[in-house]
Write a protein that binds this ligand. Structure first.
Ligand SMILES: Cc1ncc(COP(=O)(O)O)c(C=O)c1O
Length: 376
């Protein structure tokens, strides 16, 4: 029996198994048709309780460093890739033990770790920067001027390629396949001469493959062509696309105040529980919530922290809000649990899974301990 999202104790992230399966089915079909492998970028979504499900559809995980690499190894146990902008010396042996594919961000890092990685039999790659911006957002553009992410053609050292089997680039953010096609052309123009000697090319993340308007046919065609032209294995490592629109954050109204506008204070905080709302910034979709003024009653929804800017956004409703009302923010599986924090001693939202049959299972509850254990 379908259990209502309004029944959960708040604040609570509820991940939707049916939504995940919908996304995973699409990703598996794309991988099969394009002849590529798709990995989960754990930085976006690391709810390891569902890794056994993900494992049935994806080729493995990719990590941003040791801890994600260990999580991928422990909980997914499939191909385990890692890219870090700079590896920490004392962590590298453990990374070697956990990861099969290791990507370096500079030739200096490659030279530093080369012999250890090759002796361990790891497949190594280097991240390139094709210097091809296809998006406006500076903080999410690894091709922006002055970027530290990836080696530019000018800094590329062909004489150090011996032992490297892969090229990696990540330049997109929430984009369609047209941006990938543009980027691939730039990669071929700048780095094309090195492609035939590679075993694999990783096209990074930022591909919004599971979004309704995403042109999957164009992605499949361009991956196939690329693979066949250069005889390389192709990897994609999306994060968002895996759990897009597959989760909620359920919150309660704690208080209502007025200062020129009506303000509802919630037990969910933008700063603590959905930091991208402030950082990106963006306005999360809210079930039954309209744009300001669109419905009769407009409220500013805000967190209960001390941060004046802890504001989720202005939304309108058909009825006035009451203390105790529950609100359901949508698309809250990605870049939420992995980025949350306990600023002001705020409690972390519980993590629940809405099973395919509609039953909601609370997987973890948090309390004082998670706040205290990170301090000393
Ligand atoms: C190297 C790398 N791979 C994959 C991803 C995942 O991107 P997304 O979640 O936008 O698909 C990111 C995101 O920053 C990244 O930096």
């Amino acid at each position: 029996m379908e259990q209502s999202l309004y029944s959960v104790e708040t604040p609570c992230y509820v991940v939707d198994e049916a939504g995940l399966i919908r996304n995973l089915t699409i990703l598996k079909e794309v991988a099969e048709q394009a002849g590529c492998k798709i990995l989960l970028a754990q930085k976006a979504f690391s709810m390891y309780a569902v890794y056994p499900l993900l494992r049935r559809y994806l080729a493995g995980t990719t990590a941003s460093g040791l801890f994600e690499a260990r999580l991928g190894a422990e909980e997914m146990g499939e191909e385990n890739h890692v890219f870090s902008a700079a590896y920490v010396e004392r962590e590298f042996d453990e990374i070697l033990a956990l990861c099969d594919h290791i990507t370096f961000n500079s030739f200096a890092q490659w030279q530093k770790y080369r012999s250890r990685a090759l002796a361990a039999g790891r497949s190594c790659g280097i991240r390139i920067n094709p210097e091809c911006s296809t998006q406006e957002s500076g903080i999410y553009d690894p091709c922006a001027p002055g970027s530290r992410l990836g080696v530019t053609r000018e800094q590329f050292r062909p004489e150090l390629l011996e032992g490297l089997e892969g090229l990696h680039f990540h330049t997109l953010c929430e984009q369609n396949s047209d941006a990938l096609i543009t980027t691939l052309a730039a990669v071929e123009e700048k780095f094309g001469e090195f492609l035939p000697r590679m075993k694999w090319v990783n096209l990074g993340g930022g591909h919004h493959i599971t979004r309704g308007d995403y042109d999957r046919g164009a992605l499949i065609d361009c991956v196939r062509r690329f693979r066949e032209t250069y005889g390389v294995e192709v990897y994609l490592e999306p994060g968002e696309a895996v759990a897009l629109n597959a989760g909620f954050l359920v919150a309660s109204v704690l208080d209502l105040v007025r200062n020129g506008i009506d303000i509802a204070l919630l037990d969910a905080s933008a700063a603590c529980h959905m930091p991208d709302v402030i950082e990106a910034p963006y306005r999360p979709p809210l079930r039954h919530g309209g744009k300001p003024g669109e419905k009769r009653y407009t409220y500013r929804l805000a967190g209960a922290t001390c941060l004046a800017g802890d504001i989720i956004g202005d939304y309108s409703f058909d009825c006035p809000l009451q203390v105790g009302d529950k609100l359901i923010f949508q698309d809250m599986a990605i870049y939420t649990m992995v980025k949350n924090n306990t600023f002001n001693g705020m409690c972390l939202p519980s993590i629940a899974l809405r099973r395919e049959d509609g039953k909601i299972e609370t997987i973890r509850r948090f309390g004082y301990w998670e706040f205290k254990e990170r301090l000393s």
